[in-house]
Design a binder for this molecule. Structure first.
Ligand SMILES: *[C@@H]1O[C@H](CO)[C@@H](O)[C@H](O)[C@H]1NC(C)=O
Ligand SMILES: *[C@@H]1O[C@H](CO)[C@@H](O)[C@H](O)[C@H]1NC(C)=O
Length: 814
């Protein structure tokens, strides 16, 4: 056995080399199967081709959307008409109370386990095939990190952070059919389009760098990739020798996983690299049953390989060429890969102490008590009893309860979220001490709290605008072919009605508006809008029928393909919460179920809801949502509007409050707190931000944050007001919570001060000035309170009534 191994490796090696160096691979003696004899490194010759260390950089971004129709047309028209109030339309004046619920298990209870509301029909089909998905009972997350493995050719990377996995599928210098593992250091990034600019427009990490590929000799061009056990946080990806075979290697994927782990199922390990091996060094076993190798690549990076056989024997590996390391025969057990930048000895000892254990999936739990909330990620572990290593992102490290974990000194760069820190522990509890429980529908900021009443002059000013706004044709303005634009219009009228009712105190005018709004809303709640919704059971969700009827995947911003559901549905949830607040009798079982169905689609809290995946949009690992649905992407998932993301949390909080669902209200509050933290770390970049490159920070916002690229841009154009403004809108009572004053000031000074905002055209001007209300409500109020305010400066989701009420409520009016 021993002699054979040496012979085989020598022969293959001799064929491949021009400058032979002695290399020895040795199997452990049968008497002591775990012992790996350290005979010094196997050195590989320089490869004939250069190491593949630069990868590919693909930066295309379609930004040609027409800003005159997209994204936010001005819908209000100038009118001198005013609301006519019939004498019978009064609604009672209710005083809103916010609550501090204590809820011990905020994810435990599904919103419902019944079918989606009846009025939304169902169909079994969806244009996007479930490529490689093994059928399972729980619905599959369409916007989750692993989606590239079931979309398109299944060859785009999946970022678990800090590592990415990519099916090699015969590509790359190694021509392997295995799973390629990549980790990108900051120095490998590309900055553009002008790398010398400060700030640069974007930075991007190269893809297709095949540092280590976990493969098996049995995998060839007939190999097939499948997935099973998909949850909100984890999935297994399997490589099969051919369609219908049982998995040859299974990779359990969990975000933040400390090792990339391949479970080999009686196949012959074949470890490949397109960066090329320089040395392979067998080392002493770090723990019972674990075999260890150190791998030095031609790019100078050190990686570690740990193997653990199911039957306790070791794994003998031989470097057979600069791109190939091979086992002598079939193996059942795990092979784990980790990178050790700088070959730091202490970090290697930490990796040693964690080798053999790995996470398979994650359970989410959480609770709130008054203003504090916690959420806990608990990993289901497998393998041996070693410490469980996972990587925490910067916002985790800031909020981790440290009692049951060990923070290691291992630091790995992530692609777009700063430096990750290795943490040992079976679960993490993350704490948020300042939930926005005191925020309701009223203007709010941290210094003054909620403002429920205005001065007499301010009331008159708001009411005057309200009478005009509510005289508009609410029905036609909201009867659009887009869920996004319809929802924005409904929400605009809802806030205007709220402001007239609660802040200006005119229940009669509010009643007239409310009754028109109810009629307009009923079109949607009865699913009679231009593009009705449908529940499609192939993926499990409520989608616009627009793409079914037009064949255009991008219809209504890709709603039918699961883009942006949290953005679109937030506006409906928000509208409904104001209607139900002002008129509790509106809260019929059907209206409630319709709204809850939209929330279940975008933000189902529980694994027990059989109709929807858990938390489609919000990613409890990243601390924000991903807007990209079923679109294959070489940049991974992305999100363009951090503010519309938070608006969904706010809408859920308010709906939960109004309908008495305290767990939902608590989740909304907790999500806002987590988002506030994530936004500060990754999206809204104050000058002290350390998570993005120094030459990017002065953009002040991320622009579109992808998993692999950060691009100070939008999908619809490059004007500064678009890029900054899409992270502002809609300015609502929670904006002052998620957008801290120091940041808003820095951003204003950078882009919009000294009259520049006054030159911005269209609805964006109003967006900028409503944002200004967060730091300078007087200036904002005087912008809006002019005679004959031109409604072209209001975007389709904004009313003058609300902007006046907000800036007055924050102290902008006498
Ligand atoms: C352990 O399993 C390996 C394959 O993974 C096999 O080659 C070896 O013979 C087995 N050893 C024992 C002692 O069963
Ligand atoms: C708004 O402007 C009008 C017209 O100039 C003025 O009469 C009114 O007092 C202003 N409102 C407030 C609250 O200052």
């Amino acid at each position: 056995m021993l002699a054979l191994t040496i012979l085989v490796s020598f022969n293959l090696y001799s064929l491949a080399t021009t400058t032979p160096t002695l290399q020895i691979a040795i199997a452990p003696p049968a008497s002591s199967p775990n012992a790996v004899l350290s005979l010094g490194p196997q050195s590989l010759p320089s490869p004939s081709e250069p190491p593949m260390t630069t990868g590919s950089v693909v930066t295309s971004l379609e930004t040609s959307g027409n800003p005159s129709i997209e994204p936010f047309p001005t819908a209000l028209i100038s009118t001198s008409a005013s609301v006519q109030v019939p004498s019978t339309s009064k609604i009672p004046l209710v005083v809103q109370a916010v609550s501090n619920p204590t809820v011990s298990a905020i994810f435990a209870k599904p919103i419902s386990t019944g079918p989606p509301v009846n009025v939304i029909g169902s169909r079994p089909d969806h244009p996007v095939p479930r490529t490689g998905l093994v059928s399972q009972s729980g619905k599959v997350g369409t916007n989750k990190f692993y989606a590239n493995f079931f979309l398109g050719a299944q060859t785009n990377p999946v970022w678990t952070h800090p590592y990415s996995l990519q099916w090699a599928k015969g590509r790359g210098a190694a021509g392997s059919w295995g799973m390629s593992i990549s980790h990108i250091d900051a120095k490998q990034r590309t900055y553009g389009p002008d790398p010398s600019a400060n700030p640069v427009e974007y930075y991007i990490n190269p893809i297709n760098i095949q540092s280590i590929i976990l493969s098996a000799t049995e995998l060839s061009s007939s190999a097939v990739l499948t997935m099973d056990s998909l949850t909100a946080f984890s999935a297994n990806v399997n490589l099969l020798t051919k369609a219908g075979a049982s998995p040859a290697i299974t990779f359990p994927m969990v975000q933040g996983m400390g090792f990339v782990t391949g479970q080999y199922k009686n196949v012959t390990p074949y470890i490949r690299s397109s960066v090329f091996f320089k040395t392979l060094t067998p080392l002493a076993s770090p723990s019972k049953g674990v075999t260890k190798y150190r791998i030095l690549l031609q790019d100078g990076n050190t990686w570690l390989l740990y193997a653990r056989a199911d039957n306790g024997t070791g794994l003998s590996l031989t470097a057979v060429s600069s791109s190939s390391i091979k086992a002598p025969g079939r193996f059942s057990g795990t092979i784990q890969i980790a990178k050790n930048p700088g070959a730091i000895a202490g970090n290697e000892i930490t990796y040693d102490s964690c080798a053999g254990a790995y996470p398979k999936t994650v359970a989410l739990s959480g609770s709130v008590a008054g203003k504090s909330g916690t959420y806990t990620l608990s990993w289901a572990r497998a393998g041996n009893t070693a410490g469980l290593l996972l990587f925490a992102l910067p916002h985790h490290v800031q909020s981790l309860v440290t009692s049951s974990i060990k923070i290691t000194s291992i630091k790995l760069q992530t692609t777009t979220k700063g430096i990750a820190t290795g943490i040992i522990g079976n679960s993490w509890t993350l704490s948020e001490p300042d939930l926005p429980t005191s925020i309701g529908f009223a203007p709010w900021d941290s210094a003054i709290g909620s403002t429920h009443s205005l001065s007499a002059t301010a009331k008159n000013t708001v009411l005057k605008a309200g009478k005009s706004d509510l005289a508009q044709d609410i029905n036609s303005q909201t009867n659009l072919d887009s869920m996004y634009f319809s929802g924005k219009a409904l929400s605009k009228f809802a806030t205007a009605i709220y402001a007239v009712h609660d802040l200006a105190g005119d229940v009669n005018v509010a009643s007239v508006g409310l009754s028109k709004l109810k009629t307009a809303f009923a079109r949607f709640a009865s699913n009679k809008q231009i593009n009705p919704l449908v529940y499609e059971s192939q993926w499990g969700g409520i989608v616009s029928t627009a793409a079914y009827s037009t064949g255009d995947p991008n219809a209504d911003f890709g709603n039918s393909y699961y883009n942006d559901h949290h953005f679109h549905y937030a506006y409906f949830v928000h509208t409904a919460s104001i209607i139900a607040y002002l008129d509790p009798t509106w809260l019929t079982a059907t209206n409630k179920a319709w709204v809850n169905t939209l929330i279940r689609d975008a933000a189902n809290p529980s694994v027990a809801d059989p109709y929807f995946p858990q938390s489609r949009a919000f990613d409890w690992y990243h601390g924000h949502s991903w807007a990209k649905g079923l679109f294959d992407s070489f940049d991974g998932k992305d999100e363009e509007s951090s503010s519309e993301d938070t608006f969904m949390s706010y809408a859920m909080k308010m709906w939960g409050h109004v309908v008495g669902d305290t767990a939902m209200e608590a989740r909304g509050n907790l999500m806002l707190a987590v988002q506030k933290r994530a936004l500060r770390n990754y999206f809204l970049l104050s000058s002290t931000n350390v998570n993005h490159p120094a030459n990017f920070i002065n953009n002040k916002v991320s622009g579109i944050l992808f998993e692999n690229k950060v691009d100070h841009a939008t999908y619809f154009g490059a004007n500064p007001e678009y890029i900054q403004g899409i992270h502002m809108l809609p300015i609502n009572p929670s904006s002052a919570y998620t957008r801290d004053k120091a940041f808003v000031k820095e951003e204003w000074d950078r882009y919009f001060s000294n009259g520049r905002a006054g030159n911005v055209v269209g609805g964006w001007r109003g967006i900028l000035y409503s944002n200004l209300a967060l730091i300078d409500p007087k200036a904002a109020f005087s912008f809006f309170n002019v005679t004959d305010f031109d409604p072209q400066y209001l975007d389709g989701g904004a009313s003058l009534t609300w902007y006046l009420a907000l800036s007055a409520g924050l102290g902008g009016a006498p």
